[in-house]
Design a protein around this ligand. Sequence first.
Ligand code: AKB
Length: 314
Amino acid sequence: MKKKDTILVIGAAGQIGTDLVLALRKKHGTENVIAADINIPSKQITENGLFVQLDVLDKTKVENTVKTHKVTQVYLLAALLSATAEKKPDFAWKLNMVSLFTILNLAKNKLIEKVFWPSSIAVFGPNAPKQNCNQYAVTDPQTVYGISKLAGERWCEYYNKNYNVDVRSLRYPGLISYKSDPGGGTTDYAVHIYHEALKNKHYDCYLSENTALPMMYMEDAINATLQIMDTDSKNIKIRSSYNLSGISFTPKQVFESIKLHIPNFTINYKPDERQKIADSWPASINDSNAREDWGWNEAFDLKKMSSEMLKRLK
Ligand code: AKB
């Protein structure tokens, strides 16, 4: 019988980390999932299992944590997202790349068996198709974040091909969740809008009304992540990162879907510097490789997501 995995989630206090740790603990047992972050996560994470305070740039501490707890799988989620990375390009590059090398090298040296590392639709730039952007479309990212994700993808594939590292990755779209807030992304408006609709019945949106972007409800993103990590290695035919698609919508469309529940909800559009980033990304993604290779299928459309978000946040 295969021994139980011990899983380390780095970046457990972040938007994906919060949901992922809870889902992994449910699946693998609380005692087998260690949450790690430089920041202290919410109580739902710290009170229900082991938490290690960890700066992912401290290579020795990362290695010691892996060795001490005999970690077999690492989910590396620590990163600066698109909007913040534009403000701190040096640090974003350092954080996003050094952390990846640390984990890939631990896997190369057989200290870890499997790695999950998230990429993003931000690897695409203005020369990729706007609609239904395919897996192998031109990648000419215009942002620090996108450049770091594209470089990371190339390194993942390199470590797999040359050192047999079992690394798996998804190009996440904008993620929408109620358990924790997003931090520093261009797609964050799609979470804030629900909070503001309930609290103030008004939202000032920093993107223009017709800016369509690829998005996904967090439950779908977590299911995709667990699915790609569970599937047999032979099904993973792409070792850079898989396109992943859920929903595509504009600020106006999400506003209208909320208005069905909160009729007096109002919105203003005041595009800021994040508009330029959004304009450089595709509006929708073709993820047929993920569907064919390991059976991906989303469950949430915009209508279902809006009902769920408003119900949960209330
Ligand atoms: C961001 O907006 O930076 C992220 C992403 C699309 O990767 N949510």
